[in-house]
Design a protein around this ligand. Structure first.
Ligand SMILES: [Zn+2]
Length: 323
């Protein structure tokens, strides 16, 4: 009897104790660990990126439990300007001459620097077929000497002897140079290029073996060039050091004669003044422009010096009135 009462008492005691010790985090029974919080007596993972709940996207940093866009161009925060590119999350000026990120002495074409040929390199290349077609369309080129078959290798017609050049090819080369001289400043008497000015002033070029001097304009607006001076071997160079002249003289001669379409000489075979803008003035200006307004390295120092000194000589000797 006593034994049963004791067992019942113990059971009642156990039930009583169990009902007294409440369960759950509110009663720290058990308590939540640090990354959890107690909500409705349940441990719940805390909210926010610190607890990866939810965690941030790859382009975000968790700062103060908030996801923020990472800094730098990789994350477009901020993104780079058009002229820069994003390298290792830093904006760097793009490479290439378009972005002036190394200087280009030639032409910048599609971000590549194409060096300007120097003038002697140009003289050792041939005019293209389309260039020849253009020259033949813009000018009537005739001669009273028989040309050999036209050919061109490295700026020379191989059918001609060593000491002579093909006169026709020589004219093409002169026109080609007049069409391509990259002057950095307009010529004083025209806004047109040298080539366009010539084209708009004369109709044709006749290589004349009968004349002692080149002249213009018979027939009307046709320049007669003394055959001997067209195709001399020195014209394969801009300035031939042996003679001190070369191809440089040919555009000057063409200009001089073309100016006679509108301007005669006003002081014997010279001109009265530079300002009247006659044939000698144009020739003087051309040499001055050769010497001062071509890109660096387009002419050699020697060629530049020759141009400058010849301009000076023309200035001093070809104008009667000093002004
Ligand atoms: Zn003249």
């Amino acid at each position: 009897m006593n034994k049963n009462i004791i067992i019942i008492f113990i059971l009642v005691l156990i039930i009583f104790l169990m009902s007294c010790t409440k369960q759950g985090c509110e009663f720290n029974n058990p308590s939540c660990n640090k990354t959890f919080e107690c909500v409705n007596n349940q441990c719940q993972l805390k909210m926010g990126c610190t607890y990866n709940n939810p965690s941030c996207e790859e382009n975000q940093d968790c700062i103060g439990n908030f996801c923020r866009l990472k800094e730098g161009c990789q994350f477009n925060n901020p993104s780079c300007e058009n002229t820069s590119e994003c390298v290792n999350n830093q904006c760097q000026l793009k490479m290439g001459c378009t972005y002036n990120n190394h200087s280009c002495e030639g032409n910048c074409v599609e971000n590549k620097c194409i060096p300007l040929p120097n003038i002697n390199d140009l003289l050792h290349t041939c005019p293209s077929l389309s260039e020849i077609e253009k020259y033949e369309t813009d000018f009537i080129i005739t001669s009273d000497i028989q040309f050999k078959e036209y050919a061109c290798e490295k700026g020379k017609n191989p059918y001609y002897q060593e000491d002579r050049l093909d006169p026709k090819l020589t004219i093409y080369q002169a026109l080609r140079i007049m069409d391509s001289l990259p002057f950095s400043k307009n010529l004083p008497w025209t806004d047109e290029s040298l080539y366009d000015w010539l084209k708009n002033n004369i109709k044709g070029i006749h290589i004349n073996k009968e004349t002692d001097n080149s002249y213009c304009c018979n027939p009307d607006r046709v320049i007669n060039l003394k055959a001997e001076v067209i195709g001399a071997s020195r014209q394969l160079k801009w300035v031939d050091p042996q003679s001190g002249t070369g191809m440089e003289a040919l555009p000057a001669l063409l200009l001089h004669e073309a100016r006679h379409v509108t301007h005669g000489h006003t002081c014997g075979t010279n001109d009265a003044t530079l300002d009247e803008g006659g044939a000698w003035a144009l020739q003087y200006y051309l040499y001055y422009w050769y010497g001062h307004y071509l890109p660096e390295k387009y002419l050699s120092d020697y060629e530049k010096e020759m141009a400058v000194s010849f301009a000076k000589e023309l200035r001093n000797t070809r104008f009667c009135e000093k002004n």
